[in-house]
Each structure stands twice: as C-alpha cells, then as structure tokens.
Design a protein around this ligand. Structure first.
Ligand SMILES: Nc1ncnc2c1ncn2[C@@H]1O[C@H](COP(=O)(O)OP(=O)(O)OP(=O)(O)O)[C@@H](O)[C@H]1O
Ligand SMILES: [Mg+2]
Length: 318
C-alpha cells in the first residue's frame, strides 16, 4: 500500500475547550489512484491533509495515529528528514485557497527556483527547463514564468500551483479544493488536467472537495467525512449511487440538477453531540442506540460504513 492513515486523531486546543477535528481516521491509498475526500465545511478535510504533510500548527495537535508511506511512519520521522526527503519529493500539497499562496512580489519562475533550492537543487538552468516542461503539461505558455501572480487569472494561478506541486515528481499530490474558487468552465479544464497528470505521470492524487459531481467524474474511491470521522469508504460509483450511510445519502440527495454541487453548509456550533453518533441529530434513521453509542465500522460488500442502520439505508436505495 502506498499510503495508510491509521487511527489518526487531531484536536485544536482553544483557551477553554478542545475541538476534536479528527477522530480515529483510517483509510488506505493505492498507488496510482485518485481518491476523493468529501464532506461539508468543518468536517476536517484540511486538517487531514495538513496532518499527512505535518503542517498542523498550534493550537492544533496530532493526538495519536500513524501516516505510513510505503510502510514508514511519517509522523514518527525526524522533522528535518521529513522536510528534506518527503515534502515536495514524495508528497506535495496544493493548499486550499491556494491562489493566494503565491508570493505577490515574486515572479512565477522564482517560486520554482525557491522550491528547488529548498531541496538543494541549485542548477537554475535545469530548474528552468523542468518548469517549462511542467507549464506545458498544465497548458500554460512559458511566458508565464516571467510574470507576477497578479498578472494571472485564478485558473492560471491554479495551474501554476499544480505545476509547482509536480516539480520534484512526487508520488502523491494532495489537492485541497483545487477548483472551488473557479468558474464552471475553468473547473472542468483543471479537472481534465488532473486526470491527465494521473494518467501520464502515474501520480496518486488525494482530491479534497465538497462537490459530488467532481468526485464522480474524477475518482475511483471515495472517503466520506463528517464531524472529523470517516463515515463511509468505497468505490466512488457505488458510494454515490448506493450510499450505505445516511450522511452520504443526505449529501448525494442535496445535489441540485445543474451543477451537481451540494449545498455547502457548515456544521453548526453545538450540533455535534458529546455522545453517540455525531450525525444522529440530523439523521432520519436515528434510533435510541445511536444517541448513546458511536457505531464502529461495518465491512459489507467491499464497503466500510459507520452506521448501525446501514442495511436499512442500503435497502432504501432500491
Ligand atoms: N486553526 C484552527 N483553530 C481552531 N480550530 C480549527 C482550526 N482549523 C480548523 N479548526 C476546526 O477544526 C474543524 C475542521 O476544520 P477543517 O478546516 O479541517 O475542515 P474542512 O473540512 O477543511 O472545512 P472546509 O470545507 O470549510 O475547508 C472545524 O471545526 C474547524 O473549526
Ligand atoms: Mg478545508
């Protein structure tokens, strides 16, 4: 297995309280696959991405768990070794709202030089050549290298960031809502680009999104998150067309007909109960047991689902 997240729990510690952002997350990623991580705002997707690349900063803290890359625990590794050997080289990250993450006073090529230099790659000519190749791959003219971020459109900036994430040919790229801020046409082009990268370079992609339609188009496997838990994992097509978890069912049914985007709604303060299944206050299948006990995973039909009522949900799909 390329990447295994095992029993990962992360909290944010505020003055008077602990916000449990991830609880006991488990999933695997196979080499070469595109896997979607889907869930509404506040479900912990970005926290998950940042945990994998060890960018959880105070007040956040990884409480327990492992992130195994080809069997080696990244969380247990000396941080300087992680930064030198893993970040960008094995796993890179395209951050959420990433268009703002380019440095406004640096030309695009300098972003490539900087990243290369931080990994001791000093030959500017070589970096330049690689940057041109990558821009070609993301369908940008090499002129862009001499430009500043403010001279580029949102879609162009996103392409630059994707190209940059590939500079050190990582095995895995984590993309955190890479198209959310873009118009529908640009979205589609970038999605096609991601498919192309996966096919041509064999790059494994963790695609974080709100959008069921994009999940369906892109990924072979889907992880559904709610309130810091994984609720359901399975083959994308099956998860979307035959959800076994009531939360997945709610997510899928909230697709409006034109764009396929779910209504983006944040989990409200105080909505997550202290005991039982975190979804029970919003769940149409709730029974007494759900209020006192959090279900463990059931492994059924090649699916993992965290719900006592999965059989009833399964049958309701017809
Ligand atoms: N720096 C922080 N300090 C305190 N709480 C945080 C911090 N970052 C995230 N959280 C909390 O952790 C939980 C998960 O947040 P996270 O940003 O991982 O969710 P998300 O699924 O990426 O949401 P979105 O779709 O809005 O990007 C939320 O309750 C959020 O309020
Ligand atoms: Mg996020």
């Amino acid at each position: 297995m390329l990447l295994e997240v095992k029993n990962l729990s992360v909290s944010y510690f505020l003055e008077d309280k602990e916000i449990p952002a991830l609880r006991d997350i488990n999933f695997d990623v196979e080499k070469g696959e595109i896997i979607s991580i889907i869930g509404e705002s506040g479900s912990g997707k970005t926290t998950l991405a940042k945990s994998i690349i060890r960018q959880i900063k105070k007040p956040g803290k990884i409480i327990s768990g492992k992130v195994l890359l080809e069997g080696n625990d990244l969380l247990a590794m000396d941080y300087s070794k992680f930064k030198r050997d893993i970040l960008w080289k094995e796993i890179s990250y395209v951050p959420q709202a990433s268009q703002n993450s380019l440095n406004g006073v640096m030309r695009i090529i300098d972003h490539f030089y900087d990243t290369a230099l931080s990994h001791n790659w000093k030959n500017k000519e070589e970096v330049n050549k690689k940057a041109k190749e990558l821009l070609k791959m993301v369908a940008l003219d090499e002129k862009v290298l001499k430009m500043y971020p403010h001279e580029l459109s949102g879609g162009m900036k996103q392409r630059v960031l994707i190209a940059l994430s590939l500079l050190l040919t990582p095995k895995i790229v984590i993309m955190d809502e890479p198209v959310s801020a873009l118009d529908v046409v640009t979205q589609r082009r970038i999605i096609d680009l991601i498919v192309n990268i996966n096919k041509e370079l064999g790059t494994t992609i963790l695609f974080i999104t709100h959008d069921i339609a994009l999940t369906k188009y892109l990924s072979t496997k889907t992880v559904v998150m709610y309130a810091g838990r994984v609720m359901e994992i399975g083959n994308t097509y099956e998860v979307i067309f035959k959800p076994y978890h009531p939360y997945t069912q709610a997510l899928v049914n909230s697709i409006p007909s034109i764009h396929g985007e779910i209504s983006v709604r944040s989990i409200k303060e105080g909505e997550i109960p202290l005991h039982g299944c975190p979804f029970y206050p919003r769940c149409p299948y709730t029974m007494e047991e759900c209020k006192v006990k959090e279900p463990d995973f059931y492994h059924v039909d090649g699916r993992e689902v965290r719900c006592f009522m999965y059989d009833k949900v399964r049958k309701s799909n017809g």
